[in-house]
Design a protein around this ligand. Structure first.
Ligand code: FES
Length: 357
């Protein structure tokens, strides 16, 4: 439901200091204009520890490109957590919904909540679609997809998009790794695609059942023309490290597109300097070991700082350095200028430090 602009302005005058959208939210959170919400309209179990949430976004949602991710707000015990998830559905679904497919991470409070607790009918804050892990507007002729575990999710969006838009999957090789057959997310749908799409070749490796891990020989056997193909890879850090090294050594790094769940951290434990972190706006102090991310330290101290991806992509956790210095855990670089921006999810304190947070 959209209220005409002039009427909305008039309603805002009467609603001051709030906006009319805050009152509309009480009627239906999907009609708000001051923030984007989504209603959980279906949940589907995919594997023992993974399920798909079908979300109906409210006003203001713009469609994603296949492969992009969204930030999802997850209220747990009165605290709002934010995580990013790849969208697993094709863009522009006829019902206007999107899906995210979440695997419960051992010890991961938010992912476990989404997999075990979230119910149909709940409303969750939603961000805009983001990310560059997408196919070019004009489809490449020969994609090679390499996925592991829940790294299948953005690729599933691409495959579904091909079927929805083109009715055929173009010449594609897809290498997918999972511990065992019953761990394969979207296993039945992938098998149906492989059986019905003549140009889509799916190679599944069950690493715990004697299947191969990624290697040069295995790639050569599964996809002899890999050098000619543009590659999209998503999965665990170890798989992506091997894939990146292989394409780099072949001088073909520019053909590789990688999507990660976690920032690659270049931790140098020798360079760590313990100290205290002062969070100025919240008047909170906490101890730092010089290795833990400032986001982790803030959360452990009972703060709930804004954040999104937790891996240095979205800038949802940005704050300002007041004094001292911090180290970017991805590359070891120092940030020491007061007023500089600090991404607390991928930076650690170097000795004593004060942040605006
Ligand atoms: S949470 Fe996304 S950059 Fe820190």
């Amino acid at each position: 439901m959209t209220i005409p602009t002039s009427l909305a302005r008039l309603a805002d005058m009467f609603a001051y200091p709030l906006r009319h959208s805050h009152y509309v939210e009480l009627v239906n959170p999907l009609w708000t204009t001051h923030k984007l919400m989504a209603r959980v309209v279906a949940v589907q179990q995919e594997t023992a520890d993974c399920r798909t949430l079908t979300l109906r976004p409210g006003s203001g949602w713009r469609s994603h490109r296949a492969g992009q991710f969204v930030r999802l707000g997850v209220p747990i015990d009165g605290q709002r957590h934010t995580r990013t998830y790849s969208i697993s559905s094709a863009p522009n679904r006829a019902d206007g919904c999107i899906t995210v497919t979440v695997k419960a991470v051992p010890g991961g409070r938010v992912s476990q909540h989404l997999v075990q607790q979230v119910q149909v009918g709940e409303y969750l804050p939603l961000g805009e679609p983001q990310g560059e892990f997408v196919l070019p507007e004009s489809m490449p002729v020969h994609p090679l997809f390499i996925t592991g575990g829940s790294g299948i999710t953005p690729i599933m969006s691409m495959l579904r998009n091909s079927v929805q838009e083109l009715e055929v999957v173009p010449d594609t090789v897809h290498l997918h790794y999972a511990p065992q057959q019953h761990d394969v997310i979207f296993g039945a749908e992938l098998a149906t695609l492989a059986a019905s799409q003549p140009h889509y070749r799916l190679v599944r490796e069950y690493t715990r059942d004697g299947g191969a891990h990624f290697s040069a020989a295995q790639l050569e056997a599964a996809c002899p023309d890999w050098r000619e193909r543009e590659v999209w890879a998503c999965g665990p850090a170890s798989l992506l490290a091997d894939v990146e090294a292989h394409w780099r050594n072949a001088g073909l790094a520019d053909k590789l597109h990688v999507e990660r769940f976690h920032a690659p951290l270049a931790l140098n434990t020798d360079a760590a300097t313990a100290g205290r972190v002062r969070f100025a706006a919240s008047s909170t102090d906490a101890a730092s070991d010089g290795l833990s991310s400032l986001l982790h330290i803030a959360e452990t101290a009972g703060l709930n700082p804004q954040h999104g991806c937790r891996m240095g992509i979205c800038h949802g956790c940005d704050t300002k350095l007041v004094s001292g210095s911090v180290r970017d855990l991805r590359n070891g670089s120092l940030i020491a200028e007061p007023g500089d921006t600090v991404q607390v999810c991928v930076c650690a304190a170097v000795g004593d430090v004060e942040l605006a947070l």
